[in-house]
Write a protein that binds this ligand. Structure first.
Ligand code: UD1
Ligand code: UDP
Length: 382
């Protein structure tokens, strides 16, 4: 074998941000024929990432419709992948993380007897319902996959507990590779609100909230706590780029509209997002990706969830679990906004998730697996 045909499959914004640098790394190397297939489980939010990284997919299943059920997304991805895999016949399919696209992409490859590599493998909460449906998606993909690319040693240990010990590589998270290309000193923004904010005299709080298990009462609690915070702390500006999910849009506008210091804005492109994060005071989020990015940028994070599959930054002291009840969220955030020493304890750069070399390690591991390289990559060590 002189080269391996490797297909990346992804469909949502976070998968795209974390897979784009890897797709580009594979395309750059002579030992691979790189093919890219998007399901477009997300449309606008995916296309924005493809534009920024100048990545042109070879296949686009274009499956997105408003308010799709999980079964619809999964079945459309699965049947859509049939003809793509028939036509392209890759030697390896790479999927990322834990979305419906991830699960369906891995299952489709398995049905076609094509080996699967799982990027961002081994994250677990051990709670079937949280995050929902991601915990089960990633467990299922873990049992389908032939190659496992774990961001951290703890992720490797999680797989070992499930007796997955073969072809497991510790690589760091590719999101840190992405972050190295997007953050620019003194950047200006295309989103006008972001240029008008006073980052020196005001405390800019970056908020995101979108998870399915937070739909309903938890989201109401979170939004209510955010509005109370803005009222209680006149020196804050809350910036919330609202996910395009209609459920999230409705909740955010219902509780947070018409406040002079709460800015509900459309989703930001990834470059603007990373640069806003680099300049803000505090991050409050239920996102997975932000929990990895913010610590690398020196920003404290309050996680708007009951658990996290990313305990590394909690252990490092830069991330705290705030839960999904109004009072604890308000209390924890108030403490950070009013007690400088509490804030300083959290605001130190910790980078347990990567060193910017994850894509290189993953590509090296694939090359080694196919006999295109003599040695496996060294493990990432935090
Ligand atoms: C999905 C993933 C979740 C991930 C999140 C990242 C699953 C089950 N969930 O959740 O793990 O954290 O993406 O954001 O795979 N929409 C648009 N335009 C877009 C994107 C979304 O209009 O560009 C709207 C559509 O109405 C869509 C809805 O958002 O139906 C929800 O999207 P969906 O992919 O079903 O779920 P997410 O909540 O985004
Ligand atoms: N992100 C972005 N624009 C936004 C919100 C998030 O570019 O308006 C980026 C963020 O920096 C991170 C990723 O999207 O890299 C996280 O995606 P999301 O929160 O949708 O999903 P999760 O990580 O929770 O699966």
């Amino acid at each position: 074998m002189n080269s391996a045909k490797v297909m990346t499959v992804f469909g949502t914004r976070p998968e795209a941000i974390k897979m784009a640098p890897l797709a580009l790394e594979l395309a750059r190397r002579p030992e691979f024929e790189a093919i890219c297939c998007v399901t477009a489980q997300h449309r606008e939010m995916l296309d924005s990432v493809l534009d920024i990284f100048q990545l042109k997919p070879d296949y686009d299943l274009d499956i997105m419709e408003p308010r799709q059920t999980l079964s619809t997304i999964t079945s459309k991805c699965l049947t859509g992948m049939d003809s793509v895999l028939e036509a392209a016949r890759p030697d390896l399919v790479l999927v990322h993380g834990d979305t419906s696209t991830t699960f369906a992409g891995a299952l489709a490859a398995f049905y076609h007897k094509i080996p699967v590599g799982h990027v961002e493998a081994g994250l677990r909460t051990y709670d079937k319902w949280s995050p929902y449906p991601e915990e089960i998606n990633r467990k299922l993909v873990g049992s389908i996959a032939d190659l496992h690319f774990c961001p951290t040693p703890a992720n490797r240990d999680n797989l070992a507990r499930e007796s997955i010990t073969k072809n497991v590589f510790i690589t760091g998270n590719t999101v840190i590779d992405a972050l190295h290309t997007t953050v620019i000193k003194d950047s200006t923004f295309a989103e006008p609100v972001l240029n008008e904010l006073d980052y020196v005299n005001k405390k800019v709080i970056l908020v995101t909230c979108h998870r399915r298990e937070n739909y309903g009462q938890p989201m109401t609690n979170i939004m209510t706590a955010l509005r109370r915070l803005a009222d209680a702390f006149p020196d804050t500006e809350l910036v919330y780029p609202v996910h395009l999910s209609p459920v999230v849009q409705e909740a955010a506008h219902k509780y947070l509209d018409n406040h002079p210091r709460i800015h509900l804005i459309p989703p930001l492109d990834v470059r603007e997002m990373h640069n806003l994060m680099a300049r803000c005071h505090l991050v409050m989020t239920d996102s997975g990706g932000l929990q990895e990015e913010a610590p690398a940028l020196d920003k404290p994070v309050l996680v708007l969830r009951k658990e996290t599959e990313r305990p590394e930054a909690v252990a490092a002291g830069t991330v705290r679990l705030a839960g999904v009840e109004e009072e604890p969220i308000f209390r924890l955030a108030s403490q950070l906004l009013s007690d400088r020493s509490e804030y300083d304890k959290m605001a130190h750069a910790a980078n347990p998730y990567g060193d910017g070399q994850a894509c290189r390690r993953i590509a090296d591991a694939i090359a080694w697996h196919f006999g295109l390289r003599e040695t496996p990559p060294e493990a990432f060590s935090p």
